[in-house]
Design a protein around this ligand. Structure first.
Ligand SMILES: Nc1ncnc2c1ncn2[C@@H]1O[C@H](COP(=O)(O)OP(=O)(O)OP(=O)(O)O)[C@@H](O)[C@H]1O
Length: 357
């Protein structure tokens, strides 16, 4: 796996604020990469530095083995798709797509027949055939998204950066466009680096998911690994599928203000000790149900449930006031009803917990 893009020790500050802090990164050729992080973690800044809209004050950026920091954005061979699509409202679908090709500084394509052929190919690639002459104000949000992508792809970039590309679409369309974007990328074979604040989008789309935390890469891993083995409590928190407790390890017990949990699960070295149990690894039982060998138990009062189609998420108030979440997949059991404020046992297997210590 060759590294198409490499960032070495890259930092970018705005005044006293370190938006990127010594970022180290190597992205492969021909892959879909998701970049996940909470608001303000530096995702957009990282894209802008790679694209050349911002220059880092420290470090080096290599693309295809050559240094590109200091080179103008349009000479980097990297395309950028903006969240709001940034289309020209007075131009048609094909005119929008042709614009970048005809007007680019480096190697503009001026021969009308070549422009037409390339625009036609790219329109077919992104699935817009039949809409060539339509004004971009008269197409749907998903179609506008494709025009924005086509406008970038027509210039044959070697990598495409997408800043929250599905953010402007409604939920239905967003999930359809996930599959579409992946399919388009596979057809054109260039690396997509897709910024998102949504953990489900990042996990669903990325061959690799990068997690950004306060300006540095907290983890870079395949979706599966990231989900099952977050590298730090911070990554587990962003994934929004773990109940997390801080505390410390004492022998074979994790001691937290909420309770004492017998250890037995995976241990991940970390500077901040924490205990994490995934929402979907917890059983909800009657308060007096027996606890089996190797199980860990907490008690909580039922607050509410939220139905999300394939699963139900139930929320319990623990005795220290914290909220504990349990996800029950409906393929595994019929929906249960719980008594409001009723007291229940929340039970999991020791080996299902992750311990950061
Ligand atoms: N032009 C700027 N001037 C000053 N501060 C900036 C500028 N751009 C970004 N920042 C700050 O840098 C940090 C990182 O911002 P960035 O936009 O990269 O985060 P993000 O992860 O993309 O956030 P969001 O998901 O909310 O878009 C934030 O604290 C932000 O306020």
């Amino acid at each position: 796996m060759s590294a198409a893009l490499q960032l070495m020790n890259v930092s970018k500050s705005y005044g006293d604020l370190k938006a990127l802090d010594r970022v180290e990164l190597a992205l492969p050729d021909d892959a879909y990469i998701s970049l996940l992080g909470p608001s303000g973690s530096g995702k957009t800044t990282l894209l802008r530095v790679i694209a050349g809209f911002e220059e880092p004050e420290q470090g080096a950026i290599l693309f295809g083995g050559k240094r590109i920091d200091g080179i103008a954005p349009h000479n980097r061979g990297i395309g950028f798709v903006f969240q709001n699509f940034a289309l020209f409202p007075h131009l048609s679908v094909s005119e929008n797509i042709a614009f970048g090709l005809v007007n680019r500084e480096l190697n503009p394509v001026t021969d009308a027949a070549s422009v037409k052929a390339r625009v036609r190919d790219i329109i077919s690639l992104v699935g817009l055939t039949g809409l060539e002459d339509r004004a971009v104000t008269q197409i749907s949000g998903g179609q506008r998204q494709r025009v924005a992508l086509a406008r970038t792809l027509v210039t044959e970039p070697k990598m495409v950066l997408l800043d929250e590309p599905l953010g402007a679409l409604d939920a239905n369309l967003r999930s359809r466009m996930r599959t579409e974007l992946r399919a388009i990328r596979e057809r054109c074979g260039v690396t997509f680096l897709h910024v998102t604040g949504s953990e489900s989008e990042a996990l669903a789309m990325g061959d690799t998911v990068l997690v950004l935390d306060r300006g540095h890469i907290a983890q870079s891993a395949h979706s599966d690994l990231l989900y099952n083995r977050p590298a730090s409590p911070a990554v587990a928190r962003f994934l929004n599928c773990y109940n997390l407790f801080s505390g410390s390890v004492a022998g074979d017990v994790f001691v937290s203000p909420t309770g004492r949990f017998a250890l037995g699960g995976f241990r991940q070295p970390a500077s901040q000790p924490a205990y994490a149990i995934r929402y979907d690894r917890v059983d909800i039982r009657e308060q007096n149900a027996p606890v089996l060998q190797g199980e860990v138990r907490l008690e909580g009062n039922f607050v509410a449930s939220e139905y999300s189609g394939a699963a139900i998420n139930s929320f319990f108030a623990l005795d220290d006031g914290r909220v504990f979440e349990v996800e029950t997949h409906l393929s595994r059991s019929a929906p249960q009803t719980y008594v409001e404020k009723g007291r229940y046992a929340l039970v999991w297997k020791r080996e299902d917990a992750l311990v950061f210590a």
